[in-house]
Design a protein around this ligand. Structure first.
Ligand code: ME8
Length: 646
C-alpha cells in the first residue's frame, strides 16, 4: 500500500481563451511550484488543471468562428496543454468539462441535489452578464447598473430555471469564513462576509434553457447546467467522484489547496462549499486567493492590447526567469504590477547578479585554485557559523511559506541566503587566501561552504525554476543524494572532495535599454487596442458649443463618508471656492472615504441636482476607467479651488 502523505492541489479550470497571458500563468505556475515542492518532500501529489468548456459564450464564439463548439474547445484545450508544457508545468491530471466522465458526474450531482431537496424549479427574472456568464441581482450591479465584475451591459432575463438553495447554508458558510482559515488571506474572507453573507445570501439560479452547449439535466432535459456548478464540480469529478474513470476520490479528497484569483473567489468560497455541504462531502482545506497581475497598473485585456504573451517572454529570457519573476513579484493576496522595466531589473538583480554570479564565481574559483576538485584539508574560520546557520534554517522557513501558499516570501528567504553567500565571498576574500600556501585548508573550507550553500539554495529553488536549477546543481557537482529533501536542512552534505564542472552562464545579464526597447515593440499596449472606442468617438462627435455647456471646475475634498444603505456610494463635501457643495459618487468600491480627503478633483458644476439613496448630489466628480479599476481625475495642488476647467 502507498502510505505516502497525499497532497491535492488545483488551479481553476481555464476558459477557452485564444491568447492565454501571464496573468493566467500565475495561478498554474504557483500551483506547479507548490506541487513540485510537495513531491520533493515525498508526498503523493495530485495536481489538477484543465479547461472550462461549456456555456453560452463559447457557443457564441464557436458560431462566430464558423466551427462547432466542440471543434472550438478542442483547439483551445490543446493551446493550454502546449502552454503548460512550454512553461514546465508538470500537472498530474488535465480535466475538460466536455469529458464524458465529467458530464456523467455533473448529471448525478444535480440529481443528488434535487433528491436532497436543495434544488427547486422557479422562474428566473434578473440581470445576466453574458461575458461573465453570471446572474446578478439588482443590488449587486455597479453604480451604472452594469455587471459588477466586468462593468459591461447586463440584460434582463426571464426564464424557467432551477435554483440552488444557497440561502440554506448562510450560517454554515459564515462560520466557515469567520471561524476557520479556509479563505486565505483572512481579509478576503471578511470581504466576503460583509459583501455577500451579511446583506443576505440569495439562492442561485443553476440552469438555463436559452442555449444548448452544456450538460443537460437528467431529470429535465430542456435545462442546461449552470456553468459554475458544472465547472466547480471538476475538482471532485477529476478524482472519480460519481464516475468510473478514476478511483482517487477516497485518497485525495478533501483538496489541500484550491488556488484562484480574486475575481472567482466568491464562487469558491460560497457556492462551492455550499454544494459540498449539500452533497455531504468534506470541505477543501484551503482556498488561496491571489490578486491580478496588472500591466502598468491596468488589468490585462485583449482589447487594450496589453496582454503579456508568455511565449514571447520565454523565448527571449527563458521560461525559468519568467516563472521566477511572476512568483517573486506577486504579494500574497493582492495585485502585482507587471512592467517591462520591473521584469528586466528583477532578472538582472536576483538571477544574473546574485544567484548566477554566486554559482559562476564559486565554480570558477574551485577550478582555478583546485583544478575543480576540493582537497580534504579544512580550516574553519570567521563568518562560517553565520552562513551555515542561515543555510541550515532555510528549508524549514521555505516549507512554512509553501504551506501558507506564500511564494514570494519563500523566494525572498532563499535569495537572502544567496546574498549572504555573496557577502561571504567578499568577507573571506578567497583570492587573497589563494596567494598564501599556508591558507590552502582555509580556502578549501571557504569554497566548500559556498558550494554547500549553493546546493541548499538551488535545490530549494528547483520547484520554482525546474530547468535551470538542475544545471546549477550539476555545475557544483551535486548528486541525487545531495538534493534529497531531508538533506536540505543539513550542512556539509556535499562530498568532501566534490568536483565542480564549469558550465554555461545560467542567467546572462540583460542590457536594460535594449530589452525595454524590444519589449515595448512587442508587448506594450497597442494603439489599435482602443479601436472600438475610436470608432465610437468618430460616430458621436459633438460641436464645441455643446461641450461648452458643460461647466467643469476644480474642488478639494474636505470630508467624505459612506452613504448609509449603499455599498457603492460615497458622499463628498467639497470646497469649490464658493459656498461649498455635496456630491454623491459611486466610487465606494475603489476608494475608502479617508483616501479622498485632501484630493483636488474635477467636477461637473452645472449638472441638475439629484437624490441618490436619500442624499442630494450637486454635480458629478470625474474619474477614469483603468481596466477594472476606477481612478479619480485629480489636479495639481497649486490649482485654486473653483478654477474653471476648459
Ligand atoms: O474564471 N492575473 O476561468 P478564466 C492573475 N473558468 N490571474 C488572472 C489574471 C491576471 N491578470 N487573469 C486571469 C475562470 N486570471 C473559470 C474558472 S474554476 C471552477 C472556473 C486568473 O480562464 C483568473 O482569475 O477566466 C482565474 O483564477 C484564472 O486565471 C482562470 O480564469
Amino acid at each position: 500500500m502507498n502510505d505516502k502523505k497525499k497532497f491535492y492541489i488545483t488551479t481553476p479550470i481555464y476558459y477557452p481563451s485564444a491568447s492565454p497571458h501571464i496573468g493566467h500563468l500565475y495561478t498554474t505556475v504557483a500551483c506547479d511550484a507548490i506541487a513540485r515542492f510537495k513531491r520533493m518532500q515525498g508526498c503523493d501529489v495530485m495536481f489538477l488543471t484543465g479547461t472550462d468548456e461549456h456555456g453560452q459564450k463559447i457557443e457564441q464564439k464557436a458560431k462566430e468562428a464558423n466551427v462547432t463548439p466542440k471543434q472550438y474547445v478542442d483547439e483551445i484545450a490543446e493551446k493550454f496543454r502546449r502552454l503548460w508544457k512550454y512553461v514546465n508545468v508538470d500537472y498530474d491530471r488535465f480535466i475538460r468539462t466536455t469529458d464524458d466522465y465529467h458530464e456523467e458526474s455533473v448529471k448525478k450531482i444535480y440529481k443528488t441535489l434535487l433528491d436532497k431537496g436543495y434544488l427547486y424549479k422557479s422562474e428566473y427574472k434578473g440581470k445576466y452578464c453574458t461575458p461573465c456568464e453570471s446572474f446578478w441581482t439588482e443590488s449587486q450591479l455597479d453604480s451604472e447598473g452594469k455587471c459588477p465584475e466586468c462593468h459591461r451591459d447586463v440584460k434582463e432575463a426571464t426564464e424557467e430555471a432551477y435554483f440552488f438553495k444557497l440561502s440554506a447554508f448562510s450560517e454554515r458558510l459564515e462560520k466557515l469564513l469567520t471561524e476557520t482559515d479556509y479563505v486565505q488571506p483572512e481579509w478576503r474572507a471578511k470581504e466576503l462576509v460583509n459583501n455577500f453573507i451579511k446583506p443576505g445570501l440569495e439562492d442561485v439560479c443553476v440552469s438555463r434553457t436559452s442555449f444548448s452547449w452544456g450538460v443537460r439535466l437528467p431529470f429535465d432535459e430542456k435545462h442546461i447546467a449552470y456553468v459554475w456548478i458544472d465547472a466547480l464540480s471538476n475538482y471532485i469529478t477529476a478524482l472519480g467522484y460519481e464516475n468510473g474513470k478514476y478511483d482517487d476520490f477516497k485518497d485525495f479528497w478533501p483538496a489541500d489547496v484550491h488556488m484562484v484569483a480574486k475575481d472567482i473567489m466568491r464562487f469558491h468560497a460560497l457556492i462551492w462549499p455550499a454544494m459540498l455541504m449539500a452533497l455531504d462531502l468534506p470541505l477543501p482545506k484551503k482556498l488561496s486567493v491571489h490578486g491580478y497581475i496588472n500591466f502598468n497598473g491596468i488589468k490585462m485585456s485583449k482589447s487594450i492590447g496589453n496582454v503579456v504573451d508568455p511565449f514571447v517572454l520565454g523565448e527571449r529570457y527563458g521560461v525559468d526567469a519568467i516563472r521566477y519573476h511572476i512568483l517573486r513579484e506577486m504579494p500574497f493576496g493582492s495585485d502585482s504590477d507587471y512592467s517591462n522595466e520591473i521584469m528586466i531589473n528583477r532578472i538582472n538583480s536576483d538571477l544574473a547578479n546574485d544567484l548566477g554570479n554566486l554559482v559562476s564565481r564559486t565554480v570558477a574559483m574551485a577550478v582555478k585554485y583546485f583544478d575543480g576538485t576540493l582537497p580534504s584539508e579544512r580550516e574553519e574560520g570567521e563568518f562560517d557559523a553565520d552562513l551555515k546557520a542561515m543555510a541550515e534554517s532555510l528549508a524549514p522557513a521555505v516549507e512554512k511559506y509553501i504551506d501558507e501558499t506564500k511564494l514570494s516570501p519563500a523566494l525572498t528567504e532563499i535569495m537572502t541566503v544567496v546574498s549572504r553567500a555573496n557577502k561571504y565571498i567578499d568577507e573571506t576574500a578567497p583570492w587573497i587566501l589563494a596567494k598564501d600556501p599556508a591558507k590552502t585548508a582555509r580556502l578549501a573550507s571557504v569554497l566548500y561552504n559556498l558550494l554547500d550553500t549553493i546546493r541548499i539554495c538551488s535545490a530549494l529553488l528547483l520547484p520554482f525554476m525546474p530547468s535551470m536549477m538542475p544545471k546549477a546543481l550539476e555545475q557544483i557537482g551535486a548528486g541525487e543524494n545531495d538534493v534529497k529533501y531531508e538533506n536540505l536542512s543539513k550542512f556539509g552534505v556535499l562530498s568532501e572532495n566534490v568536483t565542480v564542472k564549469k558550465g554555461d552562464v545560467l542567467f546572462p545579464r540583460l542590457d536594460v535599454e535594449t530589452e525595454i526597447e524590444y519589449l515595448n515593440s512587442v508587448i506594450a499596449p497597442k494603439k489599435d487596442g482602443y479601436k472600438e472606442d475610436e470608432d465610437l468617438d468618430k460616430a458621436n462627435v459633438i460641436s464645441i458649443d455643446r461641450f461648452a455647456e458643460v461647466k467643469l471646475r476644480t474642488a478639494e475634498v474636505k470630508a467624505c463618508e459612506k452613504v448609509a444603505k449603499s455599498k457603492k456610494l460615497l458622499k463628498l463635501q467639497l470646497d469649490d471656492g464658493r459656498s461649498g457643495r455635496q456630491i454623491v459618487s459611486g466610487i465606494a468600491q475603489w476608494y475608502k472615504p479617508e483616501e479622498l480627503v485632501g484630493k483636488k478633483i474635477v467636477f461637473v458644476a452645472n449638472l441638475a441636482p439629484a437624490k441618490l439613496c436619500g442624499e442630494v448630489s450637486e454635480g458629478m466628480v470625474l474619474s477614469c476607467d483603468c481596466g477594472d479599476d476606477v481612478r479619480l481625475l485629480t489636479v495639481d495642488n497649486e490649482v485654486p479651488n473653483g478654477s474653471t476647467v476648459r
